[in-house]
Design a protein. Structure first.
Lengths: 165, 158
């Protein structure tokens, strides 16, 4: 016998608006309907109405955790079209921020994974290690999560000499 | 392996499909401008015989028509082969790639509702992102949508 198990429209675990309609036969999922459009904010359309320098700030807000990857990809694409090459220092700074973000992002999912399976010790410990990274971001860019470091043709902020070990 | 496009694959494409215009943008990114009728065959050739991966497809509304890019990647050499095609607005349809390539399924549904491209042969061409009561002839990423939108809003107010 077929039954319908609805999950959503607000996901109980991931805390994001999405809707899954599972059609099950006993323990087996035989069909699935997905609705993921609740959070579509029309970034494609908005970015068409902005200038090239404004778009990085917009695409940074696509994702709050990976807020460097989207503007980074965007400025690389614009530089590719316009045949601009960023100066080496700018490229280094962007790479450093990107790598730091990668580390903090992995810490984040690892902590959340621990939290979801009920192992809150992992969550607390891993996020403790994530904290110095966020402090670093705040030191360099004045903000813990939205860095605004990418600009077409380079980086928006310098890493001063006194930050070097 | 050198991270660069392969001359052999390009030669094979040129032998099989004479009408394709190849533009070498960078050593790791090629644009294959293809007429609409040949997109399906070329994509099938790249996907099935050359084991390419469909990374994503994108569409944009231009003056000449709707332009669709299928970004195929060759993972061994880390190169992009972009199939670029132009669809006239008065006959807005193209053969669906979702028949043999499951990765094309959702993005074609998205382009169908946001740009109004009709993908013939698609197994399940229902809206993906828009609400259930969204009018099916209103395409938000078309350039004329803004006018349409204001007109609708005015209509509601009246």
């Amino acid at each position: 016998m077929r039954r319908v198990v609805p999950i959503g429209p607000y996901h109980p675990l991931q805390e994001e608006p999405e809707f899954f309609k599972l059609i099950v036969e006993g323990e087996r999922v035989v069909d699935l309907e997905i609705n993921i459009g609740y959070n579509h904010r029309g970034h494609e359309y908005i970015s068409q109405t902005l200038t090239y320098d404004q778009v990085p700030f917009l695409v940074e807000r696509i994702c709050g955790i990976c807020s460097d990857s989207h503007p980074y990809a965007y400025v690389l694409a614009v530089e590719d079209i316009a045949r601009i090459e960023a100066p080496p220092r700018g490229q280094y700074i962007r790479t450093i921020i990107g790598e730091l973000e990668r580390i903090h992002s992995h810490y984040l999912w690892l902590g959340l994974a621990g939290h979801f399976i009920g192992y809150n010790t992992v969550w607390m410990w891993v996020w403790r290690y994530r904290e110095p990274l966020l402090d670093l971001f705040e030191l360099i860019m004045g903000n813990r999560n939205h860095y605004a470091i990418n600009k077409v043709g380079g980086a928006r902020r310098d890493i001063p000499k006194e930050f070097f070990p | 392996m050198k991270k660069e496009y392969s001359e052999e694959i390009l030669q094979e494409i040129a032998d099989k499909f004479s009408e394709i215009e190849v533009k070498i943008h960078a050593p790791r990114r090629l644009y294959l401008r293809t007429p609409r009728e040949k997109v399906y065959d070329l994509a099938e050739f790249l996907f099935k015989q050359k084991r390419f991966r469909l990374s994503i497809a994108t569409g944009i509304d231009t003056r000449e028509g709707i332009e669709i890019l299928y970004h195929f990647t060759h993972d061994e050499s880390g190169t992009y082969y972009n199939i670029k095609t132009l669809i006239p607005k008065d006959d807005c349809q193209i053969r669906s790639l979702a028949v043999f390539c499951p990765a094309a399924n959702w993005i074609e549904r998205e382009m169908h509702e946001l740009l109004g491209v009709d993908f013939t042969g698609h197994p399940n061409l229902i809206p993906l992102l828009t609400a259930e009561n969204w009018p099916s002839d209103l395409h938000p990423l078309r350039r004329d949508y803004a006018d349409e939108h204001t007109r609708l809003k005015l209509k509601k107010r009246m």
